[in-house]
Design a protein around this ligand. Structure first.
Ligand code: COA
Ligand code: DAO
Length: 131
């Protein structure tokens, strides 16, 4: 799948001027990205907006399957907001495959602070589309 496509992706596209411009790496069985939110990403003062938290979890899971060479979309996403996710600290976002049934991948993801505290967890179902 061409890396030139989808460059306006809000989470990872290079061309989106208001996007998060995430980068990714695979570490053993996990797909990982880091992101430091700014005030433009907050809801309440100092707290990352829940929609952005959800975006991070959504992206790390769906894009992992995309990175494996599939055309895939998020079919379901459940977010557990464990505690407020702060602006201005480096967040580590990680996702992994926990199950597969046919074209459905069950994924788990979390967001951690530098000290390892988990602020949010996601459970996603990612579906591979037919070409
Ligand atoms: C996800 C999507 C492709 C599923 O389409 P669909 O028409 O329901 O899928 P299919 O008809 O191919 O269904 C395939 C199977 O997967 C199942 N399925 C679909 N979504 C599911 C989910 N979230 N969890 C579990 N199973 C699911 C269906 O029940 C079906 O099983 P069955 O035929 O045995 O009952 C479609 O709903 C979609 O495009 N949604 C939008 C995706 C999106 O925009 N995501 C955000 C951007 S990536
Ligand atoms: C430059 C390559 C861009 C690839 C984009 C893959 C996007 C997959 C994740 C989409 C998640 C979503 O839209 O909810």
């Amino acid at each position: 799948m061409s890396e030139e496509r989808n460059e306006w992706c809000f989470a990872c596209g290079r061309h989106n001027p208001i996007g998060l411009k995430l980068n990714f790496r695979e570490m053993e069985d996990r797909y990982v990205s880091t992101f430091t939110a700014g005030p433009e990403h907050q809801g309440y003062d100092g707290i990352v907006h829940g929609g952005i938290v959800s975006t991070l979890l959504d992206e790390i899971t769906a894009r992992y399957i995309y990175a494996k060479g599939y055309n895939a979309v998020t079919a379901r996403l459940e977010v557990r907001f464990r505690q407020p996710t702060p602006v201005g600290q480096e967040l580590t976002v990680a996702g992994r495959v926990v199950g597969q049934r046919g074209k459905l991948y069950e994924m788990q993801a979390d967001i951690r602070l530098p000290d390892g505290t988990v602020t949010a967890e996601g459970k996603a179902t990612v579906m591979i589309l037919e070409d």
